[in-house]
Design a protein around this ligand. Structure first.
Ligand SMILES: Cc1ncc(C[n+]2csc(CCOP(=O)(O)OP(=O)(O)O)c2C)c(N)n1
Length: 233
């Protein structure tokens, strides 16, 4: 395509049923607009914890969704690890979601901090990718100082996973040591529990669904800041 060339496909005009147009587009692309996961549930209390002990982004979504209290605030800077939490929104009690607003990463921890200061009676659950979390990690100290009711879940995949995907998207499947190092966060591996504790935030690490569930239950029952380092692939 030449610069200035622009091909616009008009799906609908303002006098049309715009929601229907979006639903038809979603059908054509085979993506559901409202596809709860796991399917065939209509209430939060029908969400079952995963039967496998593997700790995955989807397993975390399900466990968080099952325990999400009414009026809680989800912060979404999970990047590639967001799992199915938003697909479950229809069956969850009324809550708000605040997400990364543009392309610039690093909003998650300060967004959670600000949301909790603005709404101290509401539980804030921050779904936080590890690379993005490092941009503004100092916000954890504010959470400790202000004793904020924030549960932060760090998806510790030890990588800028989305950028590894971008390499694949441009057809680069094998790359050298330096390129690999630019997209990896594993030498040294980040010790999120020590980082959190060093800033006064209680923390625990999980690498199985069972361990995660135990930490999540105790974090959701508490009212101070707590960080869970979830080791995932
Ligand atoms: C301020 C800023 N710096 C750098 C980038 C480029 N960038 C986009 S995504 C990304 C990595 C995200 O990694 P992580 O938060 O660990 O999430 P993952 O991809 O592993 O799910 C980077 C560095 C950006 N978008 N914004």
């Amino acid at each position: 395509m030449l610069p200035g060339d622009c091909h616009v496909i008009q799906l609908a005009q303002h006098e049309h049923d715009l929601l229907l147009a979006l639903e038809m587009l979603a059908d054509a692309l085979r993506v559901g607009l409202n596809t709860p996961y796991p399917i065939n549930i209509s209430r939060q209390d029908e969400i079952a914890d995963p039967s496998s002990d593997a700790l995955t982004a989807d397993a975390i979504s399900i466990m968080v969704a099952r325990r999400l209290p009414e009026q809680s605030i989800i912060i979404d800077e999970a990047i590639t690890s967001v799992g199915q939490i938003h697909a479950l929104a229809d069956v969850l009690p009324p809550h708000d979601t605040l997400s990364l607003t543009g392309g610039s990463i690093g909003i998650g921890i300060p967004l959670a901090t600000g949301a909790s200061i603005a709404a101290p009676d509401r539980k804030v659950v921050a779904l936080q990718a590890d690379g993005s979390g490092m941009y503004t990690v100092q916000g954890l100290w504010t959470q400790a100082r202000e004793k904020l009711n924030v549960v932060t879940i760090i998806y510790a995949n030890s990588a800028y996973r989305i950028l590894q995907g971008e390499m694949t998207n441009v057809g680069v499947n094998e790359y050298g040591r330096n390129a690999r190092r630019m997209l990896a966060l594993d030498e040294p591996r980040l010790d999120w529990c020590s980082i959190a504790k060093g800033m006064g935030v209680e923390a625990g690490r999980a690498d199985t669904a069972q361990a995660f569930r135990r930490l999540l239950d105790s974090a959701m029952a508490g009212d101070g800041p707590f960080l869970i380092e979830a080791t995932i692939e």
